[in-house]
Design a protein around this ligand. Sequence first.
Ligand code: NAG
Ligand code: NAG
Length: 202
Amino acid sequence: MKSGVSSFQTDGAIMIRHGVVILVSLLWFATAEASPCSINGLPLVKNISELPQHNYGRSGLSHTIIAGSVLHGMKEIEVWLQTFAPGSRTPIHRHSCEQVFVVLKGQGTLYLAPSSHSKYPGNPQEFHIFPNSTFHIPVNDVHQVWNTGKHEDLQVLVVISRPPVKVFMYDDWSMPHTASKLKFPYYWDEKCYQTTMWKDEL
Ligand SMILES: *[C@@H]1O[C@H](CO)[C@@H](O)[C@H](O)[C@H]1NC(C)=O
Ligand SMILES: *[C@@H]1O[C@H](CO)[C@@H](O)[C@H](O)[C@H]1NC(C)=O
């Protein structure tokens, strides 16, 4: 039979252990709530002005994920709002997804090297883009969007298929396709990307 003292000590230890478990659970809930990677807990209707914007180290860029694969669990498409300050631009790049742009504000130039069988993109075609213009980038065509304006921001709404995006980047238009560098997960997916989350089926 246990002595009263050791029974008291055991009860005390159990109570402390329970206390710790509750505290840890509370902390876990608190962090889950505050996590920038949480796919739950966001309202269905969101105010774009209140969504976070980042430049991911690219000066002149402001990128907002309106509906994201890594961030919100989107499976088929992803939607971004991007703003380019005068003179700023995307890298020269390609990706194997469909992409549609809608120009909300400002002007700029789309550089597009139509896919060909040559070993490198070559001289791109230039297209003027303007407010309320729209364009799509064919799968794997190397391209660059550039705010060639001097004073006004260029703001675009971008829709891509098959997220999260896998981007192949080029230093210039004569870099061989085979030398382009894969960036995956892309800058805005890096923080929350987990290899375990890509299960389409139950
Ligand atoms: C959306 O957010 C902006 C910035 O916080 C705010 O000024 C605006 O009133 C909000 N719109 C609505 C309908 O709440
Ligand atoms: C864009 O074009 C559509 C179709 O003509 C028009 O209804 C809309 O007002 C235009 N928006 C802007 C911002 O010019």
